[in-house]
Design a protein around this ligand. Structure first.
Ligand code: HEC
Ligand code: HEC
Length: 333
């Protein structure tokens, strides 16, 4: 009833006041034109060019047609549809929260500024400052299972982890050890002068993210109920607070170049400030806890945006979580 009253009122309004409607229309058009103008100015001024020699993933048609190739293809499948095999109703084991590795390592870990796997083969085993130990690739994969997939550890000698490694190593072929790679990990956005603001971030979330990720950031399960069409951003089925994405710098950089879905490094859809703020909002929401008492024992290696103390400096936990980071960074030097 209430709904139809509203409809009636609107149609009466339209009927009686076509002139008013016309004015409103003109206003909307001029506002959106102005918006477009400022948008394009902003994009032009921040010329975002991908260098011609930037890393490109090898073409998947070049995966060899033999047993090694079969492992690489299997690994690719597992990274893309992890939940089908390891999620809450996984066919191999029920270990993880239902997310896929590919939800954060986009396009099979081949995409710039989306946590790609370009540098993995060249640099692992690698010193992990988080654990203070030299870490093999299998251990890094396990880490993402425990933290990003908020789950349990798969058998690192099992066929599945070996297949994942085969694919990750295949994609990084030819990359030189220690070489600085354009577009690796996520973009380090310019620091804001004020703390990132979860309230402003909530407004960004509502207008730009909610449509896919859900009102409560809960994501949307696919019809098969096995995997997510849109992965969760917080809550019981999201990454835990020990995950890389729980650091605001990583999350903001990821969002800036990849979200809303379709945004790219060359044509981002959010300003840096919006990306920081929406990251602050997402990481201020509840999510599973991970015991991190043994992480970052060497305080001088702790990243400035690691949101749990103790720290080597005197800045508060709050400031390490939301910024501003400029003075902190300067103090580290
Ligand atoms: C919620 C997002 C998320 C998911 C899901 C996720 N990861 Fe990650 N992963 C990250 C982030 C962020 C980093 C890098 C940041 C950090 O922690 O230092 C990372 C780092 C890695 C690295 C190291 C890359 C490097 O260059 O050193 C590997 C390997 C990796 N992940 C594998 C996996 C695998 C395999 C899965 C699935 C089992 C997975 N990740 C799931 C977010 C995710
Ligand atoms: C059109 C739908 C859509 C919109 C709008 C959208 N996303 Fe996503 N988002 C996705 C999809 C799909 C993935 C997983 C990508 C994949 O698996 O290849 C994703 C993945 C993510 C991830 C990594 C995985 C996770 O769940 O933690 C984050 C973080 C994220 N989105 C944040 C955002 C934010 C912030 C916004 C708004 C600024 C946003 N998204 C808007 C579709 C969307």
């Amino acid at each position: 009833m209430a709904q139809s009253n509203v409809d009636n009122n609107t149609s009466v309004f339209c009927y009686k006041f076509p002139g008013v409607l016309f004015l409103i229309l003109i206003c909307i058009i001029s506002i959106s034109c102005n918006n477009n103008k400022s948008h394009s100015v902003q994009l032009v001024s921040s010329t975002r060019i991908i260098p011609a020699n930037a890393w490109k993933a090898p073409n998947s048609t070049t995966i060899p047609k033999n047993k090694t190739g079969d492992m690489i293809r299997y690994g690719k499948e597992l990274l893309a549809h992890t939940a089908k095999y390891f999620g809450p109703r996984g066919s191999i084991a029920q270990l993880s929260n239902g997310m896929n590795c590919q939800n954060c390592h986009l396009e099979g870990g081949s995409r710039l500024f989306a946590n790609n796997y370009a540098g993995v083969l060249a640099n692992y085993p690698k010193q992990s400052y988080r654990s203070g130990k030299i870490q093999p690739l299998s251990g890094r994969i396990t880490d993402c299972f425990k933290r990003s997939l908020a789950g349990k550890v798969p058998d690192t000698n099992g066929r599945e982890v070996r297949a994942m490694m085969a694919y990750i190593n295949w994609i990084g072929q030819g990359v030189k050890k220690g070489k600085k790679l354009f577009g690796s990990a996520t973009e380090k956005l310019t620091f804001l002068k004020t703390p990132a603001d979860p309230h402003k971030g909530q407004a960004v979330f509502i207008s730009k993210c909610k449509v896919c990720h859900g009102v409560d950031g809960e994501g949307l399960l696919a019809a098969d109920q096995l995997t997510y069409t849109y992965p969760p951003l917080w809550g019981d089925h999201s990454y835990n607070n020990g995950a890389g994405m729980y650091r605001i710098g990583n999350l903001a950089g990821f969002v800036k170049n990849n979200m809303p879905f379709g945004a790219t490094y060359k044509s981002p859809q959010l300003t840096d400030e919006e990306a920081w703020n929406v990251a602050a909002f997402i990481n201020s929401q509840p999510r599973p806890h991970y015991d991190q008492r043994n992480d970052w024992k060497d305080l001088k290696n702790k990243p400035i945006d690691f949101p749990f103390g103790p720290y080597a400096d005197n800045f508060s936990e709050m400031q390490h979580k939301y910024g501003p980071f400029g003075l902190m960074k300067a103090a580290q030097k």
